[in-house]
Write a protein that binds this ligand. Structure first.
Ligand code: ASP
Length: 345
């Protein structure tokens, strides 16, 4: 890619955005991405080339998995020099997991990778997909005054907000405004103008070549607490074969029951090398285990605080770190550091 040559690669993985209504049955079906220009003729108004890559078959994002994330990393890595930026069209349901995973897997990223999707298919009249897609392409192609990519991060763009991918969560199954980044301000707000919050956007001080990572270890799980949770359930989860790490979704600022059986099970598992990361069930705010005795006891049995991490970010970061084959001590240490802007320290 030459300095002033702008071009964007649009990767369609699947999801509602790429669907049309079958005129006879009314059912939603995936359309062939070759027909994209027909449904979005506005694409022709961009003054730079937009190439497309389609997953075949397209995936509902409920089927997303580490293999699909690896495929995305391969596509971006193989095409990295040829494009100014990348837009990934993705189902909304697991978009926040994919964005989090990619933020860790694409080390030294210096180009925009913008994920977007829609609540209504691009082939229906009131679709939110067109605006989401067109604005994402514009953002992926934008540069600052020095000619550097405006947002060299993995982001989610949805309904007027550009958010850091690993800070974002899907919060609404109905509204167009379906994503939020509660613990980190939006990187840009989009109205008549695209207003970038430049001080919040990460730029590598010294650019290094992209370092793609592919290894992920899925021996992890999320355990969400609720009043009345049974000992047999917790025991079964913590004794699952091969389990290496647990994201423990606790109450408020990181609190959990003080019941002896519960703390004992956690301690036994922790002594066996299982890593526990405490994240709050609250959509906003941070874990502070030293604040109440109920959190303090967790610290004593070996649970580490997950700061203000989203669950999506904590679980994918664990997969990423365990994928390196690090010891539990090293993983715990790195969970205490921000490696892609995913936690506030
Ligand atoms: N089930 C769809 C998906 O996540 C929903 C969507 O695209 O918004 O793939």
């Amino acid at each position: 890619m030459e300095k002033n040559n702008t071009s964007v690669l649009l990767i369609y993985t699947g999801g509602t955005i790429g669907m049309i209504e079958n005129a006879e049955t009314g059912a939603l079906e995936n359309f062939d991405f070759e027909q994209l220009q027909k449904y979005v003729p506005e694409l022709q108004r961009f003054t730079f080339p937009i190439d497309t890559y389609q997953f075949d078959p397209p995936m509902d994002s409920s089927d997303m998995d580490p293999e699909a994330w690896q495929k995305l990393v391969h596509i971006i890595n193989d095409n990295y020099e040829r494009y100014t930026g990348f837009v990934i069209l993705h189902g909304t349901d697991t978009m926040a997991f994919t964005a989090s995973a990619l933020s860790f897997m694409l080390e030294n990223l210096s180009k925009p990778v913008i994920l977007t999707g829609s609540q209504l298919p691009i082939g229906v009249l009131r679709t939110d997909g067109k605006e989401n897609m067109l604005t994402s392409i514009e953002i992926a192609a934008s540069r600052d005054a020095e000619g550097r990519p405006m947002v060299p991060e993995v982001c989610i763009y949805f309904e007027s907000h550009l958010m850091r991918g690993n800070r974002t969560t899907k919060i609404n199954a109905e509204n167009f405004n379906a994503f939020r980044s509660y613990n980190y301000h939006s990187l840009a707000e989009v109205g008549i103008h695209i207003k970038y919050n430049e001080g919040l956007i990460h730029h590598e001080a010294t650019p290094h070549p992209l370092k793609p990572h592919f290894a992920l270890d899925t021996n992890v799980c999320i355990l969400k607490l609720f009043p009345g949770i049974q000992e047999s359930v917790v025991r079964a989860v913590l004794n699952a074969e091969g389990l290496k790490a647990v994201v423990l979704e606790t109450y408020g600022s990181g609190n959990a029951p003080r019941k002896e059986w519960f703390l004992q099970l956690l301690k036994e598992a922790s002594d066996r090398g299982i890593i526990f990361i405490n994240v709050t069930q609250c959509p906003a705010g941070s874990v502070e285990m030293e604040r109440y005795e109920t959190g303090y006891r967790l610290m004593q049995v070996g649970v580490s605080g997950g700061y203000d991490s989203t669950t999506e970010s904590a679980i994918t970061k664990l997969m990423f770190l365990l994928g390196h084959g690090y010891s539990p001590e090293k993983v715990r240490k790195l969970m205490n550091r921000s490696i892609a802007g995913e936690i506030s320290l």
